[in-house]
Design a protein around this ligand. Structure first.
Ligand SMILES: Cc1cc2nc3c(=O)[nH]c(=O)nc-3n(C[C@H](O)[C@H](O)[C@H](O)COP(=O)(O)O)c2cc1C
Length: 371
């Protein structure tokens, strides 16, 4: 039986070699939003993994939209030039398609990186005032964020468009809008964080309005032949919050506007969340969204075993799987999965000899001989 995980897939007009996607992962290692040598090493490493698509970390559309001062941005010429340097180097050594996730941290902005505790940074220690749909803090002990007025909303919508244009100019192959994990666009979707009484709050249509407006505006400038997807938190895991039913309605609306895939994550908007964690715990969200809307889905979250990943694709739960922590731990996960499942990966010729005595069929592009 041929492996479904290692079968090709058309994501819009982008041809993927297999179904494994490097999930976006913040590195907190940028300077003023600009990529550094760490990004060159990290993205270079991931680009040699044998996955089919690499999605660059959450990248802020304006400086205030960075989660931490070390978050990547795509809001200035310097940011664009720094990312171009990294991409040119990585592309010189790997033909893996590369996408990017753009977003705005909303009330979770101005925070310390996880290795410093993740708490909000006050203004007198280099922080900045976070913005949100409503002046509701994430934790009761935190200062309230500034509620965005319509001018602020328009500024942020324009910032998404400007970043999408920069991503297109960089030749990035795919673009993902971050509407998950309690960041700004998710804050608009969820009734837990959105208490507005204007056209951007209240009913489901109103809460979806800004994310959909931004999607439309980005779709208009992102090249029609390159895929545009959205990462959602399919549920807040809180009674009375955003849930799967609302997600399905949102996905129908996104699909009608030209969305190419949904990346089905969850949680992040409320400390009240009660997550049922376990292997593949978010896969049922991808499955239901795919079944009800017919959109391409990417399942992510505690997918760690080759057979588990194979079953997700073979059973039609999702079209693609995303790996985060598993690839940090073992960047050659796709090679091992290919060896286990009888699949093949494309890899750098310099590494072909790693398998010369073993499963020699694993490297798709191998042409090797020694005298
Ligand atoms: C270090 C790290 C950074 C992350 N940064 C992002 C991010 O930038 N954007 C995002 O949507 N998710 C982010 N995530 C979540 C992952 O993309 C992924 O959805 C999550 O880790 C679950 O998948 P896993 O069990 O394979 O790690 C991050 C996760 C980790 C471990």
């Amino acid at each position: 039986m041929t492996s479904q995980l290692f079968s090709p897939f058309e994501l819009g007009s982008l041809r993927l070699e297999n179904r494994i996607v490097v999930s976006p992962m913040c590195q907190y290692s940028a300077v003023d939003g600009s990529a550094t040598d760490w990004h060159l090493i990290h993205l270079g490493n991931m680009a040699l993994s044998g996955a089919a698509l690499l999605i660059i970390e959450a990248t802020a559309v304006e400086p205030q939209g960075r989660i931490t001062p070390g978050c990547l941005g795509l809001y200035s010429d310097d940011n664009e030039a720094a990312l171009r340097r990294v991409l040119e180097a990585v592309r010189g050594q790997s033909d893996m398609p590369i996408g990017i996730q753009i977003g705005h941290a909303g009330r979770k902005a101005s925070s310390e990186p996880p290795w410093r505790g993740g708490q909000l940074i006050p203004a007198d220690q280099g922080g900045w005032p976070p913005v949100a749909p409503s002046a509701v803090p994430m934790y009761p002990q935190e200062p309230a964020p500034l509620a965005l007025d319509v001018a602020g909303i328009e500024r942020i919508r324009d910032a998404f468009v400007a970043s999408a244009r920069r991503a297109a100019a960089l030749g990035l192959d795919a673009l993902e809008l971050h509407c998950a994990h309690g960041y700004l666009l998710h804050e608009f979707l969820s009734p837990l964080s959105n208490h507005r009484d204007d056209r951007y709050g209240g009913s489901l249509d109103n809460r979806m309005r800004l994310p959909l407006e931004i999607f439309e505006a980005v779709r208009a400038v992102w090249p029609a032949d390159r895929p545009l997807g959205v990462r959602i938190s399919a549920t807040d895991w809180v009674e009375g919050g955003w849930d799967l039913e609302q997600s399905v309605a949102f996905v129908h609306a996104l699909k009608a506007r030209g969305c190419d895939w949904i990346d089905g994550s969850s949680a992040g908007v409320s400390p009240q969340q009660k997550i049922t964690l376990g292997p593949g715990y978010q896969v049922p969200f991808a499955r239901q969204i795919r079944a009800e809307t017919g959109i391409t889905t990417l399942a992510v979250g505690l997918i760690t075993e080759p057979q588990q990943a194979e079953a997700i694709i073979a059973d039609g739960d999702a079209d693609l799987i995303g790996l985060g922590r598993g690839l940090l731990w073992e960047p050659r996960w796709p090679w091992h999965a290919a060896a286990t499942l009888g699949g093949q990966v494309r890899t750098a010729k310099q590494y072909w000899r790693s398998l010369e005595r073993r499963a020699t069929g694993v490297f798709k592009n191998m042409e090797f001989g020694m005298r």
